[in-house]
Design a protein around this ligand. Structure first.
Ligand SMILES: [Zn+2]
Length: 128
């Protein structure tokens, strides 16, 4: 999968803002400044997801959700996973959208690397 951006991030071929990783999963900050959890195996959608990898992902989703909540001090955490181009995805990723009661804070925007760095540090510091 030479042109897969996630494989490049997983293999540390391109710089990224990694929050945590183990043998099975990696968590990093997206270009929109939202934390992601991705399986290290190239899994394009949930139909390909095996029980073992699924279990590893759930463990990590739980840890990252707690770290996002604590580290960013948000009021809620919305997690998405979408499948196939019709749903806007060609890789099985789990995205965390921190949510605030104040709607103005929930706007999606492309962010500068400095902001992504800050998000990574805050979530990483709260990661257990
Ligand atoms: Zn890949």
């Amino acid at each position: 999968m030479d042109d897969c951006i996630f494989c490049k991030i997983i293999n540390h071929q391109i710089p990224s803002f990694v929050i945590a990783e183990n043998d099975n999963v990696i968590a990093f900050v997206s270009r929109q400044n939202d934390p992601l959890v991705v399986p290290k195996k190239h899994i394009k959608d949930i139909y390909e997801l095996d029980d073992q990898t699924g279990s590893e992902i759930i463990k990590e989703l739980n840890k990252i959700a707690k770290a996002v909540k604590k580290g960013l001090g948000c009021d809620g955490v919305y997690i998405t996973q979408a499948n196939e181009p019709a749903a806007g995805r060609t890789y099985s990723i789990f995205i965390f959208y921190p949510k605030w009661n104040d709607e103005a804070k929930n706007e999606v925007k492309l962010t500068e690397d400095t902001e992504r760095q800050i998000t990574m540090e805050k979530v990483k510091a709260a990661y257990e």
